[in-house]
Each structure stands twice: as C-alpha cells, then as structure tokens.
Design a protein around this ligand. Structure first.
Ligand SMILES: [Ca+2]
Ligand SMILES: [Ca+2]
Length: 253
C-alpha cells in the first residue's frame, strides 16, 4: 500500500489547442499564391481537426459482463476481456497534460458490470507514487479518475483515513468500495459502484444500455508538491461535458 498525507480543494482542467500566426513576403503575385497555399493548407487542417474530433467524441467503448474481486489483481478483468482503453503518452488514444512518457505515467484501464455493480480497474505505470491528499483534493496527486455520464469519480488512498476510497465529486451518492495496491512499476486501482444507486440518479447500467464514459488519471511525482499533469480518454474529453466523452455500451458478455 502507498503511504499518504493530506489537504483540500478541487479543480480539473481541459487542454486548449495552441494558435499560430503566419507572415508572408514578396510581390503581389507571390503574396497571392502564398496566401492561396496557406488557405488550402488551413482548410485541409480544419477538415482533419473536425474529423478527428468527430471520431473521438462518443467513441464507442464496449463493456462486458463480469464480477471483479477488489484484491489488487486484475486477472478477473483480463479473463473477462474487460479492457476499455490504454493511455500511453505520447503515442496513445487520449490526450495529455504533462506526463510525457509511459514511464512517467500510463495506464491500462478495464471496466465491467454484473447485476449489482459497475467495476473499474487500472494498471497504472508511474515512476513516483505520491498520494498526500484526501477527499476532493486527491486529483492534485496520483489518482485514477473516471466519469459515468455527469458523475465524476476518483480512486486513491485518503490521507486522513489511510484507506482506499472512491471520491464522488458530483454527489451521485453511489455506494462504493476501492482497492489500491502498489506494484513494482506503479499501482493498481480498483473500484466498484452500486448500480441501484447509480440508477436512482438516472445512470442506467444494464445490457444494451449506453452511458457516456471517460477516464482521466492524474500524476504527481514530487512529495510535498501538487498536480503535474494528467492523461485523458477519449481525445475529445472536456471536463464535465459528457457529450465529449466516449459512449460505453453494456454488452451481454
Ligand atoms: Ca509520474
Ligand atoms: Ca506519480
């Protein structure tokens, strides 16, 4: 298990694309043809960008049936074929604010469900584990976060209690359990949420239903320090905007 300490506060951030400017020189004819060329290039880039966003938002994710034991092992998720995404910077399926290499932070994320619970597990690679926060401020240190519709959750060890827990930022009220176990290369996070409690808030997880789903893992590598970056899935993810998430469909399994 990881050693922990504490503090408070909460905020998440989204990535904004940078802007670039161009200057052209030469005679009028030259300027016109350069301008045409840039216009053509910019139009091409716009089309690629729009296509990329359209593919990422509502990206289909399949979630299989299965029951997980929260024991620091992901063999039950693996056996069920429950992998939902890999987030490996810089060449991965999401986007990043900070972690620059798979050794800095990366994760393989699994999810599944049965009649009673939604389960999520993550095998996180991290070169330095820091969990010195509690409650809603766990995002400032190492944390595995995920969204179901408009509800944001996070898994970490709470500094105050010394125990793994699920932070419920948007007050879903869903009963939960969590497990956090340190590994040679990082840590394994697991959690389960009550389907009945989620259903009471309009998040219906059952065969054939779909729910907007996203994963955001936060990284801190400096004891006594704060948030250094995170990884986000899917690429289109924007904080608290379920329309930008992936679309998870619950299969019969
Ligand atoms: Ca790291
Ligand atoms: Ca870390």
């Amino acid at each position: 298990m990881c050693a922990m300490q504490a503090i408070h506060g909460f905020r998440c951030r989204g990535v904004r694309a940078g802007e670039t400017g161009t200057t052209t020189r030469g005679d009028r004819k030259g300027r016109l043809s350069v301008r045409k060329m840039f216009t053509a290039i910019l139009c091409g880039l716009s089309i690629v960008t729009v296509a990329g966003s359209a593919l990422a938002a509502n990206e289909p994710v399949r979630i299989v049936r299965g029951t997980a034991v929260l024991d620091g092992k992901l063999d039950d998720f693996v056996a069920a074929g429950a992998e939902v995404c890999k987030i490996y910077p810089p060449d991965f399926s999401g986007k990043t604010q900070g972690p620059s290499s798979p050794e800095d932070q990366s994760a393989v994320v699994y999810a599944m469900y049965d009649d009673d619970y939604f389960y999520i597990g993550a095998n996180v690679t991290d070169d330095k584990l820091v969990m010195e926060r509690s409650g809603g401020s766990i995002w400032e240190n190492d944390e595995v976060g995920f969204w179901l519709a408009g509800y944001q959750f996070g898994i970490a060890v709470d500094k105050e209690t010394g125990k793994p827990f699920v932070q419920d930022w948007m007050n879903s009220g869903a009963r939960s359990e969590a497990s956090v176990v340190q590994t040679a290369t990082g840590w394994i996070a697991e959690a389960k949420l009550s389907l009945a409690d989620l259903r009471a808030k309009g998040v219906v997880i059952e065969k054939g239903k779909s729910v907007q789903f996203a994963v955001t893992t936060d990284d801190c590598d400096t004891p006594g320090g704060g948030w250094e970056g995170n990884l986000q899935f899917p690429t289109s993810w924007t904080w608290n905007q379920p329309a930008t998430f992936a679309t998870a469909t619950f299969e019969e399994g």
